[in-house]
Design a protein around this ligand. Sequence first.
Ligand code: AMP
Length: 519
Amino acid sequence: MGTANLTLDAALREWSGRYQEHIAVTDGQTAWSYRQLYKKALTLADMFRKRGIVRGCRVIMQMTNTVWFPAVFFALSRIGAVPILCLPAHKEIVIGGICRNAEPAAMIFTRRYLKYSYEENARQLAEQYGCTDRLFFEDELEALISEKDDAASEREQAATELPSADDLAFLSLSGGTTGIPKLIPRTHRDYLYNAYVTALRADLSEKSVMLNILPAAHNFALGTPGIIGTLMCGGTVVMQKYPDMTEFFSNVERYGATITSLVPALVNMCIRYRNLFADDDVSSLRYVMVGGAMFRPEEAAAAERLMGCTVIQVFGMSEGMTFMTDRDAPEAVRWHDQGTPSAPEDTYRIVDADGNDVPDGTAGEIIVRGPYTITGYYENPEANRRSFNSEGYYLTGDRALRTPAGNIRILGRVREQINRAGEKIMPAALEEWICRSDDVLECAVIGVPDAELGQKICVWAVTEKPLTLQELHAFLKSEQVSDFYLPDMLRLTDALPLTPVGKVDKNELLRMLGREEQS
Ligand code: AMP
């Protein structure tokens, strides 16, 4: 499963030659062999090309977990176009901001997901960016492609300038202090290597069946090792569209899933479900990879017990670097630590506030560098100054220590980004949105530790008149704010406490909440 010098599309061609009729991807309704997936990517590429999508075009891609996700992804890669991978949870404001930063030439949207309609906004954006001819919805793709495009595609491709392994393959989204995510540029080479090293650590093979319930556009689901890592090894990817536990466990049984990747909030849903209903056969499941947010040892223990499998902890980021625990690591490591870097060339340091290395066992910020970790965001010099040091290390903003056995243990955030059940919330962005309300004079958003979600979102606000959490939600929804930004708690106060230099004192706000609980 080597990846040297291949583009994603060329890699799929190789896998299709090697694994042929073996099922590559299924979503419960449709199943495609490796050959069929490759052919779909070819015909889609042809159709996209005829509509004017060419090499270097940026393409908004907001799709759900169906077989069409990998087909579109590889089709765009074939053309050398650059998908911008948006999650279904990203709503109008975020997508609009990304469009402003990236000037897309085409858009592929889901029409509806979880009762939310994306269509109207999609049409408006397509109008605004002059690409109404290149606006597609995932449910119409089948009807838009015709099998005869396939042969033409092979011919045309020879004449077209082919993308190379070091070209930009796609842009994924990170959190950002302005509320609009930063764009993370990943190349074909770095991403195939990302998938390769993590697939090796996760023991993937032709026998693997990866049950994919996380949104496919997220790095953990796409290539860590996720969809691409599984395809690279000749395994089968099962795409589950909705985060429904009954369906999840029936998929484990139906497809004989051997591995899945989950964020801790989903693990907790699994644990609750299995405590109530233990009749699905989960004996095929060997590994549950867990990452994206703080994961407690008791949760890891319960997951292994109730799902009959081994937990592989993952500390990773869309910017690249991934740490993983070994499959055969002792319990103490599997339940408490996040392991070691995936690739031999990866390096990391744990540093104090002055950038000096701290001794083992001491907490500091973990900073990372390696062959599949980016060295800068897409066209964003200001963010680059903040997020990378002069040696090219990415400053994760995460607090960690190194254990005597050489594993890392993540302890939380150095900076204040809130991680609610794996979703990253930027307080500054939410504050900006809340302050647009005529009722709110001032506000501050803090993360509050929570056993279930990792962190909850609490808003402290100074208001003209009484305001309820429901009213605040209604206002934010009317502003098209993404659901995962909706606060869990609202507290009203006469004035926000300030630090000596006049900044809002968020530590004091947290203490105020603690005092309130005690009284
Ligand atoms: P993303 O780019 O969305 O994957 O988010 C990456 C961030 O998620 C990291 O910088 C961490 O803050 C957090 N994260 C990822 N994995 C873990 C983990 N195992 N434990 C705690 N936080 C994590």
